[in-house]
Design a protein around this ligand. Structure first.
Ligand SMILES: O=C(O)C(=O)Cc1c[nH]c2ccccc12
Length: 714
């Protein structure tokens, strides 16, 4: 079960001609896919398009009614390879991937898809969360668009523009026989708005129909000599066809006064930020009406030279507002101007920072410097003044304690790293390779474990060089999640370690879901999923790959067992990798599943018992060792009010889910006897009620007696 259910929202996908759709960007994209007769969709989840995959998964019955095939792809490479269905058949297909990490994973298939070219429109929806909202690397998919020669759309972040770009993306793809990337930034994915819907369309040809009428064209297969033909076709046919479509259909928009002496060339995705900055400079109203001449590129690749030149003609200066680095577009525009002998001055990076996200302030500062340099009279006096006092931001790092991201309350991965810490305490430091997934939080305090992270499913692969010649020497430890394991780790990490007889210890952190991307089901999920085959054993898969030493732990909270198994693995003389599959359900997903059921039980009068942990204030010494080995967000500190005790004691707040980790850690580390477990009972039995009343009476009598004897300082 994914983080969020879109079961209710997906009903909006049934809206017909003329009705108003209102909602989130990603849902609008899904609706647009259906309105454009898509034949199949797939992809791999990841921020910021995770919810797009969730919407599609929740919409499967609607997709089915229209004859649209949906797949939750094994990886972005799988998703891209799936687009092969559009090579010989006139079927429209769409896939999603998270940002450049998805593009990286997909790049082999992408290159071959782009080489052979497509007959049916092929859309790759890339959630490009470059910058502050990003969870992974800061690169630009643009580079891949250029090297594989696939086109890239970057629509203005509003629903009508995004929806329009889906249709145009398919048409552009078909007009130029080239796959098209639809870049949607984090703001486009989650922006809310409305647009006028059209009827959904059944695909021209369904994948089943294609299967009944197989087709094959040697010229489209990526193998010499056809590949040479493709290279020529890309330059002489597909590229000009793409430019023709972009220009004839006005994919790029002009705003403002064409007579202006300066102009802005911007990426569609940054339009809202640019308008807001112009608005703050009193050069645009909030609806975007402005005299500043703007060329808004909703198609950022290819750039149409004729359009760039005619926009720049007669202008003193143009300002390219391009997010991130390298500044591919600016370089290309500069090249166009120079080669054509243009006298127009080109500004861009320099007035904008070389890298990083184009936030509101960055664009505001950049535009102000551009106008000051080239049309100083344009800015109102208050904005143009050089002596405007700079806004001083207080240095919050001095006041606020740092709050590194970490594991959730009750996370089953916490005890795995607590155990690793305990092992290191005994056996010394080890080389630890980390992977992508929630378990990567191990690199942050309080664990500080893990030295590298090289890619999704590549944790053990990234430890593969570390083979100890000394059989009794230290071994490497590497981590991989269940998500990474199935995404690609099974071959790249496990198979590789087996084949090369790597002696390292591999911990597969199995929390039953692709948890970091929002809790989607994967092959080894324990849930029954109506449309997917789940419950495939990781242990069996690992054994199938040839691993001889495998241990399955079914309760990661058992810190002692986890610690001992790790120690056993590290000292094993068995040849080849030692694999520990550490399994316990993601607590967020578990709570999502369990909480509504418990609430229902309580409401309907059934007896419900919930574990809660607490700290005995009288026993706690305030050394906070529990926090150093836990980092659980529910662990906090509390002042006892006792003037003879300087240190605040540990306290557990009401967010505790009773996972038991703190008690286990305390036990395994022989740390602290102050933790106690209590049971919160809703709808208790009569006998329980009477017993509790009796106990309360005795306790309050004892407490009163004690307080009466206490010295009170005032
Ligand atoms: O959701 C995220 O932030 C992810 O990093 C997940 C993810 C999806 N596809 C990937 C490919 C390579 C690395 C991470 C991911």
């Amino acid at each position: 079960m994914a983080e969020r259910s879109f079961a209710r929202e997906v009903e909006k996908l049934r809206l017909g001609e003329g009705e108003t759709f209102s909602g989130e960007g990603i849902l609008a994209i899904t609706k647009a896919l259906l309105e454009n007769g898509v034949g199949y969709v797939g992809g791999y989840q990841g921020s910021p398009i995770s919810h797009l995959m969730d919407v599609l998964a929740d919409a499967q019955s609607i997709l089915g009614e229209l004859g649209v095939h949906f797949e939750a792809s094994a990886s972005e490479a799988t998703a891209t390879a799936m687009l092969a269905a559009s090579v010989h058949y006139p079927i429209r297909g769409a896939v999603t991937y998270k940002s450049v990490v998805g593009t990286n994973v997909a790049s082999d298939a992408l290159s071959n898809l782009a080489s052979g070219g497509v007959t049916g429109g092929s859309l790759i929806i890339v959630g490009e969360d470059y910058g502050e909202g990003s969870s992974i690397m800061q690169e630009r998919t643009y580079a891949f668009a250029m090297k594989s020669q696939v086109w890239m759309l970057d629509p203005r972040p509003n629903l009508p523009s995004i929806v329009q770009s889906v249709g145009q993306g398919f048409e552009l793809s078909e007009a130029s026989n080239t796959p098209v990337m639809l870049q949607v930034r984090i703001r486009s994915c989650h922006v809310h708005g409305h647009f006028t819907a059209s009827n959904n369309k059944r695909p021209n040809m369904s994948v089943s129909e294609a299967l009944e009428n197989p087709k094959r064209d040697l010229n489209r297969i990526v193998l010499p000599p056809a590949t040479y033909l493709h290279e020529d076709e890309k330059l002489t046919k597909r590229w000009p066809a793409a430019e023709k479509y972009i220009l004839e259909n006005n994919l790029n928009e002009e705003f403002g006064d064409p007579a202006g002496k300066v102009g802005l060339i911007i990426q569609g995705g940054n339009y809202n930020t640019v308008i807001r900055a112009l608005n703050r400079l009193e050069l645009a109203n909030i609806y975007g009406d402005t005299d500043v001449h703007i060329l808004c590129l909703n198609a950022v690749y290819p750039l149409c030279e004729s359009q760039i030149l005619s926009f720049s003609e007669g202008k003193d200066a143009i300002f390219v507002i391009e997010e991130g680095q390298p500044n591919f577009m600016e370089q290309s525009i500069g090249h166009m101007l120079y080669k054509n002998g243009s006298k127009t001055k080109l500004e861009g990076k320099g007035m904008l920072p070389l890298g990083g996200e184009l936030t509101g302030q960055v664009v505001l500062d950049g535009l102000a410097s551009f106008f000051k340099a080239h049309v100083p009279g344009l800015l109102p006096a208050s904005k143009g003044a050089h002596n405007e006092p700079e806004l001083k931001m207080p240095d919050l790092s001095k006041i606020l304690p740092p709050r590194p991201p970490g594991f959730c309350t009750g996370c089953p991965e916490r005890p795995i790293f607590a155990a690793t810490k305990l092992v290191e305490q005994e056996l010394g430091k080890h080389h630890i390779a980390s992977d992508i997934g929630c378990h990567l939080f191990s690199i942050m305090p309080p664990f500080d474990l893990g030295a590298t992270t090289m890619g999704y499913g590549l944790g053990p692969a990234s430890a593969s060089a570390f083979h100890n010649e000394n059989k009794d020497g230290r071994k490497s430890i590497s981590f991989v999640g269940d998500g990474g394991f199935w995404h690609n780790g099974v071959a790249s990490s496990i198979g590789n370690a087996v084949f090369n007889k790597n002696d390292g210890v591999i911990v597969i952190v199995d929390n039953y879901y692709s948890a970091a991307t929002g809790g989607q089901d994967i092959l080894s999920s324990r849930a029954n999923n109506k449309t997917k085959q789940t419950q495939n054993s990781i242990t069996k898969a690992v054994q199938g790959m040839g691993v001889k030493w495998v241990r399955q732990l079914d309760r990661t909270y058992d810190v002692t067992k986890m610690r001992d198994t790790l120690k056993e693995a590290l000292s094993s003389q068995e040849e080849g990798p030692k694999v520990i599959v550490a399994s316990s359900e993601c607590m967020l997903n578990k709570q999502r599943r369990v909480k509504p059921q418990l609430a229902k039980d309580v409401k309907e009068g059934r007896r419900v018992e919930r574990p809660r942990f607490g700290v005995d204030e009288d026993v706690c010494t305030g050394d906070h060792a529990c926090m150093r080995l836990s980092g659980c967000p529910s662990l906090s500190v509390k002042d006892t009010g006792d003037p003879l005790r300087d240190d605040p004691v540990a306290a557990i707040d009401q967010t505790c889910v009773g996972c038991g980790n703190c008690g286990e850690v305390a036990d395994a580390a022989v740390l602290c006897p102050s933790f106690y477990e209590a049971r919160v009972v809703s709808n208790p039995t009569g006998a329980e009620r009477r017993r509790a009343n009796r106990a309360n009476k005795i306790m309050s009598w004892l407490q009163k007696r004690r307080y009466a004897q206490q010295v009170v300082l005032s």
